[in-house]
Design a binder for this molecule. Structure first.
Ligand code: FE
Ligand code: ZN
Length: 259
């Protein structure tokens, strides 16, 4: 399948998944109907499914309108968010498999930003994962409905995917996230190199997405609790910090909330 990011709202991405035969498509995180339907029409595609990572309006705001415009469309989302994901037809639990645009996918429960948040993983070809507002490039979502421990566990589940997995997240937050990452690990050359790459892309109006699981391991402060430089930076602000990775993660998240 081909994956095309569609900028939506102010800094969201919806992702069009296009069947290898070029006739059918699905949309991940349909926050707005009009731009999605326009892109589908421009490419002469038949829209067969919507996939929702979580119930927030900026990820599902277009579901009802698209479902009205495309009768019979499948709407996949978290079983834990039934009633909150509009027009849901296929509630999925952790590990549930499904097929869209001719490709097998799997739902992975990654709670904490919301209780029922799911990622969608596709193994075929170069693997890809749609991580919504849980894993961002160089960042993670706010802990609205879960604990730091839950978020750290959710991120660890994603980090266990193959290193080459492309990461498609819900927002274009990468530049700001990398500024924060740099503040904690100023000598991390992977972060510094990625800042340059992302600035060039953004200056050219290109998405900074996708990242990869390998890149996240090197640059994302929320999966780098074992970095001694990061620990020292966090400890400078929280002198009582031990070396429990969950505690390091929790304080890193707190620092980001106030960055
Ligand atoms: Fe969001
Ligand atoms: Zn959200």
């Amino acid at each position: 399948m081909e994956i095309v990011p569609i900028p939506l709202l102010s800094d969201n991405y919806g992702y069009l998944l296009i069947h290898a035969d070029g006739t059918r498509a699905a949309i991940v995180d349909c926050s707005e109907a009009a731009p999605v339907l326009a892109e589908v029409a421009r490419r002469n595609l038949k829209l067969e499914a919507i996939l929702a990572t979580h119930w927030h309006f900026d990820h599902v705001g277009g579901n009802e309108e698209v479902a009205r415009a495309v009768p019979g469309i499948r709407v996949l989302g978290s079983a834990g968010e039934e009633g909150r994901v509009p027009a849901l037809t296929e509630p999925l639990a952790d590990g549930d498999e499904f097929e869209v645009v001719g490709v097998r996918g799997r739902a992975i429960a990654i709670p904490s930003h919301t209780k029922g948040h799911v990622a969608y993983f596709f193994q075929e070809g170069t693997p890809s994962v749609f991580s919504g507002d849980t894993l961002f490039a160089a960042g993670c979502g706010r802990l609205f409905e879960g604990s730091a421990e839950q978020m750290a566990h959710s991120l660890a589940k994603l980090m266990a995917l193959p290193d080459e997995t492309r990461v498609y997240c819900g927002h274009e937050y990468t530049e700001g996230n990398l500024r924060f990452a740099h503040s904690l690990e100023p000598t991390n050359s992977d972060i510094n190199a990625k800042i340059e790459r992302v600035r060039a892309l953004r200056a050219d109006d290109q998405p900074s997405i996708p990242s990869t699981i390998a890149e996240e391991k090197l640059t994302n402060p929320f999966v780098r609790a074992s970095s001694t430089e990061l620990q020292a930076s966090v400890r400078a602000r929280y002198p009582d910090l031990g070396d429990d990775p969950i505690a390091v993660f929790a304080k890193t998240r707190e620092l980001k909330d106030n960055f």
